[in-house]
Design a protein around this ligand. Sequence first.
Ligand code: FAD
Ligand code: NAI
Length: 462
Amino acid sequence: MANYDVIIIGSGPGGYVSAIRCAQLGLKTACVEGRDTLGGTCLNVGCIPSKALLHASHMLHEAEHNFAKMGLKGKSPSVDWKQMLAYKDDVIGQNTKGIEFLFKKNKIDWLKGWGSIPEAGKVKVGDEVHETKNIIIASGSEPSSLPGIEVDEKVVVSSTGALELGKVPKSMVVIGAGVIGLELGSVYSRLGSDVTVVEFLDAITPGMDAEVQKTFQRALKKQGLKFIMGAAVQSVAATKTKAKVTYKLRKNDKEATLDADVVLVATGRKPYTDGLGLEALGVEMSERGQIKTNDKWQTNVAGIYAIGDAIDGPMLAHKAEDEGMAAADVIAGKHGHVNYGVIPGVIYTHPEVSNVGETEETLKEQGRAYKVGKFSFMGNGRAKAVHAGDGFVKLIVDAETDRILGAHIIGPAAGDLIHEICVAMEFGASAEDLAMTCHAHPTYSEAVREAALACGDGAIHA
Ligand code: FAD
Ligand code: NAI
């Protein structure tokens, strides 16, 4: 007799959501977690702490730059860094304890420690071996550095170290203009650091709509972030208090250096599967170290599933959650489903940036005919009222059928507005469907409707 129906390894958004879903479906469930707290990368050193620091630093930015315009006068607040970190840690604590509560409520056993799989149907945690009918690997990811760069988490840091620096540095070099680099670069820039972002490619946030990339970079520059584009970082030499970054410009091979108090290495993340014993089990892996799965999140070893950052696809918390629920459904004999064509991405900077589905660039590659409806937040009364007129909503639709293929938003509440379009895409809606839906005034979502109108006879306030 197996002790459990399912043991999940890892309690990040993939693992903990899957565990709750399994329990809801009547499966006897345990979740193994080696950290001291539940919630994985996302809650402990990822999504949640970064959003706390983005929020606090945005408040400061508003006070310094926008309060006076609205007739709010007085001294801007000063930064008590220790208190800001305490606020961030409190937010983490509330969230991780929340998962502990949900585990108890759903009668999920937390097996504390690092797990391994000695054979299919068995999970070893410490000296104990637990038997289980199914195993879901949700072991997540870890930062990936560049060859020859040693991350000490003090002067040369990954995102983890950047969330708990000893003080706000006077200068920071960020390697990589991806999501982490721009979110955490924004935090320190707002707090007063002189931030320079060094990016290998010629555009920031690779894969994103080209117009959004340009508008976004312009907005960040206006806020004080500096960019060195098309630059391959060669090395980082660090002492206990300073670092020197050497990079080579790709266009002319010219080498140059930058000095900084702190260097943030934000050049991507890689799957974390250390210590699970996957090689001995014969679990198939991709060249990039991801666990290979089929469309039911099953590995090639019967009874072993994998989800989240440890497998292929965007490294996003909500993608991991959806896979966690779907894998639980499959184990319970239901039809697990994830629509990979409709997974939104959000960058929580100011302006906020979001996207879903195809870009003009991907559609051109596919040779598909499309139409674009674009609406600037300058024509949105609500956005103008809060000094957030920069940015736009861009809707991309099939030229023939008007079916929505993708959307790209930069501006106020972009991360929330995108979901109206996600729902529309899930239902196979056309731009006309969106345009015919009444939107309350004055809301930012009117800009989405206007972009939909722009796909047809035209936006009203353009
Ligand atoms: P993880 O969250 O990485 O969790 C895996 C867990 O498994 C870890 O707790 C680990 O300790 C545990 N584990 C691993 N191996 C074992 C083992 N053998 N035994 C026991 N336990 C084990 N995504 C978003 O969607 N939105 C955001 O705003 C966002 N912000 C981010 C900000 C930062 C700074 C970072 C670094 C990431 C951010 N992400 C964000 C990405 C997001 O955190 C990940 O996509 C998400 O956490 C992946 O979930 P997961 O469950 O696959 O793995
Ligand atoms: P990323 O893949 O988004 O960006 C890495 C950047 O580094 C790229 O622009 C790349 O061109 C650049 N780069 C690589 N090598 C370089 C070199 N030698 N010199 C200069 N630049 C170089 O990775 P990032 O930002 O580390 O994020 C990792 C993951 O975390 C992402 O997959 C992301 O989805 C997730 N994440 C999501 C967030 C969100 O949803 N808001 C927030 C933070 C992270």
